[in-house]
Each structure stands twice: as C-alpha cells, then as structure tokens.
Ligand binder design. Sequence first.
Ligand SMILES: [Zn+2]
Length: 103
Amino acid sequence: MEIPDDVLMLEVEGEGDRCDFCNRSDSWPGKDYACGEVKTGFVTFAPSVWAACGPCAKMIDAADWEALAQRAAESRNPEIRDLFLFQIRKTHQAVMKSRTGIQ
Ligand SMILES: [Zn+2]
C-alpha cells in the first residue's frame, strides 16, 4: 500500500497547545508522557515529551489504544480515515513502547 505524503504530514502537524494524540486543543489540562526516540516505520521522532489532553490521557492510562486511535481519527478527512487509523495505531504503539516516564 502506498502512503500519500499528506498522511505523513498529519503525524507531525502538532502545535504547542494541541494534543499530540488527537490534535484537539479543547480538553486541557491533560498529561505529559516523556518518550524516547519513536520510530513508526515512516517517520522518526526525536526523544521528546508527548502532550495528551484529558480524554486521551485517560485512554492511555487505561491502555485503551483502539479508543485512542478512533478519537484521533474522528477529526480527519473521511476519505483518508482508514489509512490514518492504520498509521496512527502504529504511531501510538511506538510512542508507548518508547515511554521513559510520566511527567
Ligand atoms: Zn487528545
């Protein structure tokens, strides 16, 4: 399966006041997760802190990865949602494996 470039960009578009998991900005405060290097197969992120909004933090702490992926996909274009889900599941798994602590 060929991955369009714009899907990859979705993974790195996070801004300072947006959740790194669902890309929303309306559910703070949340929680920060310190992570090491994250490799998704397509993109490598340097070690950093991933910020989660309140709802995402609850899903992360409950290890409810599918709910987290579905929430992240809700705001995406329906035409690429399935492809996005495929990629975001891999990204979330890589983030969780790289966790170095909770701040
Ligand atoms: Zn979120």
